[in-house]
Every structure is written in structure tokens, then in C-alpha cells.
Design a binder for this molecule. Structure first.
Ligand code: ADP
Ligand code: MG
Length: 536
């Protein structure tokens, strides 16, 4: 090999290098499996947490993250191996698409490659492996869809299912002991969206202090700002104008403006002109007849005074998200020019009551009885910011899954049930297929079965025995059975209430098999030379 390598003329230029055939494939397998193994121990309700600690100077301890969320761990990893990057990418996509199953997808892809590697060692060509995997994937997907059930959106069963799904998602998280409490909270929040899938309308406010149990869902909308001094603190039947406009009158907002004057009087003149302009703007705003004025930008004393004098309550410097949410909740339009007061009725937002409230030590503004009541607020309390951040991530997962479920409505049993059933389907199929592909289909089944195996192992249970018992139960026709992770036995999931959203499983299956296929196809890794900067 070496001699050939030396004799071959160098094809690639400068710093570019190439890894070929076996070496390239091995590198990819090793990278991907290493990444999957890293998150493996966090899988399932008894999975362990990881501490992520930034390196380098200037990174204080306060930046550490304690988490159990696959996507969060993988996202913060800094890897060079290209296959490892692919796995990180699919986990991220899973997080964005459905919000949960981020560990599952990476682990499944890793296990597929582990099985794939064995096949390659048996001298089965990657193309046969891929062809087999494709058959297996379709069979698994079909079985997964067949075992899923659908409920009517307004039925009590569906509501119960949502709570169960939220509980399953939360059970692998820090707040597992409070999961019933948070499951209800998340379900109520999502149902308030009335079918809209915009997660932005659920605002999460994190306030250190108190305990996790002090967290609650506020039926109004809370803005983390204060009402400007000198205005009314309690407004009933509010008409709200939401704006994004400059209200700082002494700044001339054009870059490069230079004004030369030769006396103080002239300066005063300019100031007076600016003031006049501001007054004009305020007059225009007043024509809309709002009772509350929310602006994204700062408001200076003079316009503030004018507005307050007109009896309007002013809220300034509402950041962009806050402002958009206020607009969504109250049904207001966001204005930056004020030339259509005749449309005021459509433009202004409405709510029954605006008042200042105290949460912990902080003053905030609460909007109750909003016209478009779509937005709501979850106030999270907890002993430290690390806990709050992890609770936030967990709640986010649950909310995403719930929104997906409301859209899709199909559910499957959790506790490894769906994976075991998919594996069984693949094995049945493997018996019928002729040729080498059958090995690949069997390998697919094995990889799927690794998910419940790992969940068991992470709980400290005897996985070999449990998985065998699991198989037997399914064979007997107990198709709702799964892992009971409190007792370390096989139990009825419908009694334990462990349910999952079909979309999460579907997406995990598709993404993992796609990524594994992609990595399996690799037979060459070319490192491109960095592009040099052109000299100017
Ligand atoms: P992911 O990031 O992939 O969602 P998790 O750590 O949340 O990983 O683990 C999810 C797996 O744990 C799913 O396969 C699910 O069926 C299983 N699981 C969750 N809760 C339970 C439970 N209470 N009993 C048994 N299995 C559970
Ligand atoms: Mg999960």
C-alpha cells in the first residue's frame, strides 16, 4: 500500500488531503458511534445528566449547563469528525422539527452504524446494506403507523393523551418528580393557543427564587417591563397602541449630519424645532385615541410628559419579542407611522385590565382578558439559574411535542413499545427476503431493539432478561406492554400511562436511517484546503 501511495503522483494541492475506502469508512463509523455513545447514557427516564463546561479563558463557571437533553449536549459539542457532525445535525433538526426524541435519533443512527460495520466486516457491500435498510425502514414505518391511534380533538381521551405525552416527555428530565404538575401546566398552555402552532405566543419568564413548584401558568399576558412614572397604574378596558417609532427628540437620526451654528440662540432654535416635530408626532398619536401606548424604543421626557398629560399610560422600551406578543395577545397592529387614525378601531389592541404586579421581587405588567387571548405566560421559579434553564428546556420540549400532537393527533405507546414492534416487523420481513439484504434488515431490527435495551441499562436493570420477556409479551399479543421503569419489569403501558407522539417516532426513524445511509455511502473523505484570502 505504502509503495503505491508513494509512487502515485500527488493529485491534491497544498494542504488538501484524502482518506480512501476502508480508512474513510472506518473514520466515519468511529466518529458517529462515539457521538452516539456519548449521549446514550442520558436516554430514558433513568438517564443521567451531563455537565457542559465551556473551555478557554474568560469563561466563568456561571456558564456551565447541567442537562439531559440530547440536542443541547450535541449542539455544544465541538467536533472535527464529519460523520459526528452529521449526527449532531440530525439531532438539531429533530429538536427544531418536533422538539423531542433528540437523543433517540442520535442513538439509533449510532446503533445502525454499529450493526452496519459488522456487516461490512462480513464482506457485504455497503450498497446491499443500504438496500436492506431501505426495505427495513419502510416496513418499520408502516408498522409504526399501523399501531398508532387517533382521537377526536375535542374528546376527553385526547386531552388525557396530551397529559400522558407531556408526562412521558418530562419523565426523562430534571423535573420528573413534578411531572404531573408540569404536564397539566403545559397542556393548558398549548390548548390556550387554540390550534395555532406558534410557540412564541407562550412566553416563559424565569425568575430565580422560590421552588420549582411555585411555577405557574398565568392566564393573562405578562410583560417584563414597568409602567413609566407619572402614569396610571391600573387601566380598565384598555385600548392599546403598539408602536415601533423614535421618540427621542433631541437626536437627529441621520448619520453624518453636521450642523454648524454660530450662537447659542441657534442651538435653541434647532431644539425648539425638534420639539415642535415631536409634539406634532404625539398629536398624531393622540388622534388614535388610545389609553395605553407601548413603544419598542425609548421615550424621552418631553413626549412622555405630553402623553401622560393626555391621560395615556406609557410603556417604553418593550423589546421586540415582548412587543410582538403584546400585539398578538391584544390583537393590535404594530405601527411606525401614524397617518391613518380613521382605522384606529382595527389598529388598536384591546384588553379588560392592565395592572402592575409583583412576581418575586420584580415588578411586571399584566394584561388580563385580552381580546385575542392567544398568548399566555409560564412563570418558572427555582432555586438557581441552572435549574431554571433546564426546566425551561424541558418545558420547551414538552410544549413542542404537544403542539405537534395537536396538529397530528396520532399517538403510540412509549416505554420502548414502538421500537420493539418495529423490530418485530423487520424480523418477520427478513425471513421472506432472499439474498444478502436480509442481513441488513435483521441488523436494522437489532438497532431498533437497542433503544429499549439502553433505556433498561440506564436504569440499572438486567436488559438481556427484560428484553426477552418483552418479546414474549408482544408475541403473546399484549401489544400495549412496555418497560416499567419504576419496578424494572415489563408492564402495561395503558395502565402506566406512557404515551408518545407518533410524529416524534416517525421523524426519529426517518432521520436516523437517512443519516446512517449517508455515512454508509462514504468511501472517501477529502479535506479541502482552506480558501486563501486574496491580497487586496
Ligand atoms: P429523547 O431525547 O430521545 O426524547 P429521552 O431521554 O427523553 O430521550 O428518552 C425517551 C425514551 O424514554 C422514549 O423511548 C420513551 O418511550 C422512554 N420513556 C420515557 N418515559 C418513560 C417511562 N415513564 N417509562 C418507560 N419508558 C419511558
Ligand atoms: Mg425526551
Amino acid at each position: 500500500m505504502d509503495i503505491v501511495g508513494n509512487v502515485l503522483p500527488q493529485v491534491l494541492k497544498d494542504e488538501a488531503t484524502e482518506d480512501k475506502g476502508e480508512m474513510a469508512r472506518l473514520q466515519s463509523f468511529v466518529g458517529a458511534i462515539a457521538v452516539a455513545d456519548l449521549v446514550k447514557t442520558t436516554l430514558g427516564p433513568k438517564g443521567m445528566d451531563k455537565i457542559l463546561k465551556p473551555t478557554g479563558p474568560g469563561q466563568e463557571m456561571s456558564h456551565i449547563t447541567v442537562t439531559n437533553d440530547g440536542a443541547t449536549i450535541l449542539k455544544s459539542m465541538y467536533v472535527e469528525n464529519p460523520a459526528a457532525k452529521i449526527l449532531i445535525e440530525i439531532s438539531k433538526t429533530q429538536d427544531e422539527e418536533v422538539g423531542d426524541g433528540t437523543t433517540t435519533v442520535a442513538v439509533l443512527a449510532g446503533e445502525l452504524l454499529r450493526e452496519g460495520e459488522k456487516l461490512i466486516q462480513k464482506r457485504i457491500h455497503p450498497q446491499h446494506v443500504i438496500a436492506g435498510w431501505r426495505i427495513a425502514r419502510d416496513i418499520a414505518l408502516k408498522r409504526l403507523r399501523d399501531i398508532s391511534t387517533e382521537n377526536d380533538i375535542n374528546s376527553q381521551e385526547f386531552h388525557d393523551d396530551l397529559v400522558k405525552i407531556a408526562r412521558t416527555t418530562l419523565s426523562s428530565k430534571l423535573i420528573t418528580s413534578d411531572r404531573d404538575y408540569f404536564a397539566d401546566l403545559c397542556v393548558n398552555a398549548v390548548l390556550r393557543l387554540k390550534g395555532s402552532s406558534n410557540l412564541d405566543y407562550i412566553q416563559i419568564i424565569k425568575l430565580p427564587g422560590g421552588t420549582i413548584r411555585d411555577s405557574y401558568l398565568d392566564d393573562g399576558f405578562i410583560l417584563k417591563k414597568q409602567i413609566t412614572i407619572g402614569c396610571k397604574r391600573r387601566i380598565e378596558n384598555a385600548k392599546i397602541l403598539v408602536a415601533n417609532t423614535a421618540m427621542d427628540y433631541d437626536k437627529i437620526k441621520i448619520y453624518g449630519t453636521k450642523v454648524k451654528v454660530n450662537s447659542m440662540d441657534k442651538v435653541a432654535e434647532i431644539e425648539a424645532a425638534e420639539k415642535e416635530k415631536m409634539k406634532h408626532k404625539v398629536d398624531k398619536i393622540l388622534k388614535y385615541q388610545p389609553t395605553v401606548f407601548v413603544n419598542r424604543q425609548l421615550i424621552y421626557n418631553y413626549p412622555e410628559q405630553l402623553l401622560a398629560d393626555a391621560g395615556i399610560t406609557v410603556i417604553e422600551h418593550a423589546d421586540f419579542e415582548g412587543m410582538e406578543r403584546v400585539a398578538a395577545a391584544t390583537g393590535a397592529e404594530i405601527l411606525s407611522t401614524f397617518d391613518a387614525p380613521e382605522r384606529s378601531e382595527q389598529i388598536l389592541g384591546h384588553c379588560d385590565l392592565i395592572e402592575e404586579i409583583m412576581i418575586g421581587e420584580e415588578k411586571m405588567i399584566k394584561f388580563s382578558g385580552c381580546k385575542k387571548n392567544e398568548a399566555c405566560t409560564i412563570v418558572l421559579r427555582g432555586a438557581s439559574t441552572h435549574i431554571l434553564d433546564e426546566v425551561d428546556r424541558s418545558i420547551h420540549d414538552a410544549l413542542c411535542v404537544l403542539i405537534t400532537t395537536v396538529k397530528n393527533r396520532r399517538v403510540v405507546w412509549g416505554g420502548g413499545n414502538s421500537e420493539m414492534q418495529m423490530a418485530a416487523a423487520c424480523e418477520e420481513e427478513a425471513k421472506k427476503v432472499q439474498g444478502k439484504q436480509a442481513f441488513a434488515i435483521e441488523a436494522f431490527a437489532k438497532a431498533l431493539r437497542q433503544i429499549p435495551t439502553i433505556i433498561c441499562d440506564n436504569g440499572g436493570y438486567d436488559s438481556a432478561e427484560l428484553i426477552q420477556n418483552f418479546k414474549v409479551e408482544l408475541q403473546k399479543g399484549n401489544i400495549t406492554y412496555g418497560l416499567n421503569m419504576t419496578d424494572g419489569t415489563i408492564g402495561n403501558m395503558s395502565e402506566l400511562g406512557v404515551k408518545e407522539c407518533l410524529r416524534v417516532k416517525e421523524q426519529a426513524l426517518l432521520a436516523a436511517s437517512e443519516a446512517a445511509e449517508l455515512i454508509m455511502r462514504v468511501d472517501n473523505i477529502v479535506k479541502c484546503a482552506p480558501r486563501k484570502r486574496e491580497r487586496a
